[in-house]
Design a protein around this ligand. Sequence first.
Ligand code: SF4
Ligand code: SF4
Ligand code: SF4
Length: 275
Amino acid sequence: MKQFRQYLQPLIILIVFEAVAVTLWLTKNNIFYLFNFSYIGLSISLGLFLFINKYKYARRIVQLLVGLYMLVYLGLICRENMQIEGFWYYLFTGVFEAATIHYAVAKIFGPLVFGRGWCGYACWTAMVLDFLPYKVPAHPRKKIGWIRYITFALSLIFVSALFLAKVGNIERIMFWAFIIGNIAYYGIGIALAFALKDNRAFCKYICPITVFLKPMSYFSLIRIKCDKDKCVGCGKCKRVCPMDVDVTDNSRSRKNGTECILCMECVRNCPKEAL
Ligand code: SF4
Ligand code: SF4
Ligand code: SF4
């Protein structure tokens, strides 16, 4: 029974993704959705399974499997702009296709179940940033998180302007916006990581998608909890957390609670198995 219970989390993830895969396949009459969401669900569940079996690079494997698939296959080969501009674009055109579905599942409603799992296991920007040397921030968090609202507004203004100006062939512009946007994200993300000695500085201060992710993940079903009876208050969990989360506080309003990317570093490092 205990063995079954420990595999409950990957099982729930797999079921959620399969439910989405089958629903979209049948409602949209497009088998792509079945393959797409099954592949992502399987990759994430595989990672959780490897993690449960204490494989050190479990999360990184998922991140590469999903991140590369999205960046190379969906973005570059299928020419689907999966960045926030692509979301606005498809939303404005009223097309409920890959980018809008992707946002609805991974970044708007999905976080109600799996929090910011996207950020820990799938994002192709963080996939590269996580290779950098500053896995744990060297300095306390800065109060510049407001920048994310500016980048969020700029992305919306950019796409709105294309529509208002009735620019032709927006589809092509969206593809190039995807390429240029990604180069910019990587460039800024890497520079910021070295400047602030924090791999995830881009996620904390710049990324516009966190405007969706943070409020939704506040209510996340899946979250790390602390067993107060086992915890000895050594603080190791906070020292290894890339996102400065106070994971020993079980309340929803814990410090940086909406930043948790479910990377499991705190769980792996807790000497008392209290998490
Ligand atoms: S915060 Fe943004 S850049 Fe960072 S992992 Fe999440 S979606 Fe990716
Ligand atoms: S690492 Fe474990 S024992 Fe130490 S403070 Fe965190 S939860 Fe408590
Ligand atoms: S170390 Fe723990 S609290 Fe911090 S982001 Fe990872 S899973 Fe969340």
